[in-house]
Design a protein around this ligand. Structure first.
Ligand SMILES: *Cc1c(COP(=O)(O)O)cnc(C)c1O
Length: 384
């Protein structure tokens, strides 16, 4: 039996085949160190786990959750936006709970992209932006994010057309670790307004920043709510990737459009998980300084080692990745394969993030310090 064309037309997910390669190496008995996935290695803060324990024991959480998220959760997100960004949100209409931000990032395409429509997606960028546009019957149009501009797309060169319905941006960026200042986001809002395009901003890494850099919210731009929807989650800032909780924030109209998709497809996130996320957002935030210090130390180790080996990388100001060009004459996959075959270190080949990711690899910093040190030592031996 044939599957739907939308499934056939999706490019094969590169990381699925890489997973097989990795599993095969491990089966051979190789002690592989994977710097491939971006999944925090540290545990969720204890007070969040505690809140979950209490919430699970409360029968009030055992029934279907509210579709849009509990008012307590939405109020906690709104209050956090107020404290963190000085942005005012109406928890009733301008905040929606997501089953992890990836869920909303995927589903929002069904709210804005019709068959034949176009979505501008950073290239290289998080693969879900393009995949969701394609699943909705649209086309993902490359928004080049090149090294000469610190991997921030040049919107004056964007291939915008009558059919462009959405534009994705995400800062700090995965995989390039690009960061934006408020001016960049102001330009994106102005561009989106001028072209009547919904601006979708992924703020998953807004708390993972270094060297004093503070990431802005797109909603800090005056009038941004009219055109922008922002996605966030506790995954990276509270080591909660497994819990599956996030949010979308923006105008009531945009939240309602996403809500029509979601209420027809899912029944919201477990109320106990929402309570845990409230504990994360409203509890002590001191773990954040520690988290940033750990990633910063690891970033310096990776960048330092690569620069000693002949690279000339600038330490990135956000995310938990180092994005690096491969040596002259190699491809992303060849270089990644070489590191895996020669020294058992797995890095993500950049071409998995878009055509313009070819020629790069991504090092994830979500690996315990001792393993990361060993990985960089091995890379040093392989390349020197
Ligand atoms: C990790 C990540 C997210 C967060 O996903 P969740 O579904 O909230 O866990 C969103 N966007 C990008 C680019 C990411 O790397």
């Amino acid at each position: 039996m044939r599957v739907a064309k939308r499934i056939e037309s999706l490019p094969p997910y590169l990381f699925a085949s890489l997973d097989r390669k990795l599993a095969a190496k491990r089966a051979e008995g190789v002690d592989v160190i994977s710097l491939g996935v971006g999944d925090p290695d540290m545990p969720t803060p204890e007070h969040v786990v505690e809140a979950m324990r209490d919430a699970v024991a409360d029968p009030a959480t055992h029934r279907y959750p509210s579709y849009y998220g509990s008012i307590e959760f939405r109020s906690a997100v709104a209050a956090w936006y107020g404290r963190r960004f000085g942005v005012e949100l109406d928890p009733e209409t301008e905040v929606m709970a997501l089953i992890g931000s990836k869920e909303g990032i995927g589903h929002v395409a069904f709210a804005y992209v019709d068959p034949g429509d176009e979505a501008l997606v950073p290239d290289p960028g998080y693969p879900v932006y393009a995949a969701s546009a394609r699943l909705a019957g649209g086309t993902a149009v490359s928004l080049p994010a090149t090294a000469d501009r610190g991997f921030v797309p040049d919107l004056s060169q964007a291939a915008v057309s009558e059919r462009t319905k959405t534009m994705w941006l995400g800062f700090p960026a995965n995989p390039t670790a690009a960061v934006a200042d408020l001016t960049t986001l102001e330009e994106a809002v102005a561009f989106s307004r001028a072209h009547d395009v919904r601006l979708l901003h992924d703020a998953a890494y807004c708390e993972i920043t270094f060297d004093g850099y503070v990431a802005p919210s797109v909603l800090q731009v005056p009038g941004a709510k009219d055109v922008a929807l922002e996605f966030g989650s506790t995954s990276k800032s509270y080591n909660m990737t497994g819990w599956r909780i996030g949010w979308a924030v923006g105008s009531a109209e945009a939240i309602e459009a996403l809500g029509v998709v979601k209420t027809n497809l899912d029944s919201g996130q477990f109320t106990a998980v929402q309570r845990a996320a409230i504990a994360a957002l409203e509890g002590p935030q001191d773990h954040l300084d520690e988290l940033r210090a750990i990633y910063q130390r690891r970033r310096d180790l990776v960048v330092g080692t690569l620069n000693e080996l002949g690279w000339s990388l600038k330490p990135p100001l956000g995310s938990c990745y180092v994005w690096a060009p491969v040596p002259e004459g190699e491809t992303s996959v060849r270089f990644a394969d070489r590191l895996l075959d020669d020294v058992g270190v797995f890095v993500a080949p950049g071409n998995g993030y878009g055509d313009l990711g070819e020629g790069y690899v991504r090092f994830s910093l979500t690996v315990p310090d001792d393993r990361l040190s060993e990985a960089m030592e091995r890379i040093g031996k392989a390349l020197s």
